[in-house]
Ligand binder design. Structure first.
Ligand code: 13P
Ligand code: SF4
Length: 306
């Protein structure tokens, strides 16, 4: 038996012993996706975590995703395979920035992208994911909205809703989408695959986005492969999504816009980390119960609106 198959078998045994489920983000390594009970985007992972019939949730994703699962499941143990899997985009939102923009725009609601840490979510009026942002903002009465930390998603929401969406902070971005999926890579991929439909994530810059046939969350992007007509598709997001799309649609030709668009943090969760996490039941992701209670309310309100 090969190394990967051995580790996968060991994980299956440990899952049964611990009454654990593995929830994996769409960008996880192929061998991690294959051992997961569910693979999805941020909103789906949060919802699955709430429904999980298990004592332990292994969240194979980045830290803010595990933190969200903890907040929504005060009675379950949430483990992240590799505690070093952070998200540089989430790091753009800090307390000083929130205070500054709240003072500048006292009447504007603060809509927080789920790619943020608990400290920031605590101060949010609403919490959205890439799949729910447009829908939620369009339902708000206010026409001026504070939105962060992703400036590109903020501009996508502004475009789709016609509202004044102020990016908080001005320069928040995901380095993978901002630099490795910018207009250069999009135009190059379009030239190489002229018949392919272009499907992009809203974290890409607006100059790249204007070429897209469809823009959506990672799971919406996968569904678009099935729903848009045609046989060839270019996926403009972290390269891990291509594995999932090819697995779900073996009859279609799916290419990455840039095969080097890798989120190093997502790839920090290896099978070996999952084995060790399930053996040791560490590292457990914890959030102060008072902070968690307030964020849970905001998440439940926001989920009920979309
Ligand atoms: P999704 O919610 O679309 O899966 O996005 C998560 C993410 O981190 C995108 O970079
Ligand atoms: Fe964060 Fe970007 Fe990685 Fe998504 S791809 S987890 S936004 S760094």
């Amino acid at each position: 038996m090969g190394f990967i198959a051995e580790l996968q078998e060991r994980i299956e045994q440990l899952k049964r012993r611990r009454r654990a489920v593995i929830l994996a983000h769409n960008y996880q390594l192929p061998e991690v996706q294959d051992v997961a009970d569910f693979v999805g985007d941020s909103l789906e992972l949060a919802k699955k975590a709430m429904q999980a019939d298990a004592d332990v949730i292994v969240l194979a994703g980045v830290y803010f995703m595990a933190e969200t699962a903890t907040i929504l499941n005060p009675d379950k143990k949430v483990i992240i395979p590799n505690i070093k899997a952070g998200c540089p985009l989430a790091g753009f939102m800090n307390l000083g920035t929130i205070r500054k923009y709240r003072e500048l725009y006292p009447k504007a609601p603060l809509v927080m992208y789920i790619n943020s840490y608990a400290m920031a979510k605590y101060y949010a009026d609403y919490i959205v994911t890439s799949s729910s942002a447009v829908k939620l903002v369009s339902k708000l009465d206010e026409d001026v909205i504070l939105f962060g930390p992703d400036k590109n998603l903020a501009s996508f929401v502004a475009e789709k809703t016609g509202k004044t969406v102020i990016p908080v902070p001005r320069e928040g971005h995901c380095p993978v989408h901002e630099y490795l999926l910018d207009e250069y890579y999009v135009l190059k991929a379009m030239r190489e695959h002229p018949n392919a439909k272009l499907i992009l994530h809203p974290e890409v810059p607006p100059e790249a986005r204007r070429h897209a046939h469809y823009v959506g969350s990672t799971s919406q992007m996968i569904r678009a492969v099935g729903e848009l007509g045609g046989d060839e598709f270019l996926l403009g997001t972290e390269e891990g999504l291509v594995y999932r799309a090819r697995k779900l649609y073996p009859g279609k030709k799916v290419y990455p816009v840039n095969p080097r668009a890798v989120c190093i943090n997502m790839k920090k969760n290896t099978l070996l980390h999952i084995v060790r996490a399930l053996e040791s039941m560490k590292p457990v992701v914890k959030v102060d119960p008072r902070i968690a209670a307030r964020i849970r309310e905001t998440l439940e309100l926001s989920f009920s609106m979309v």
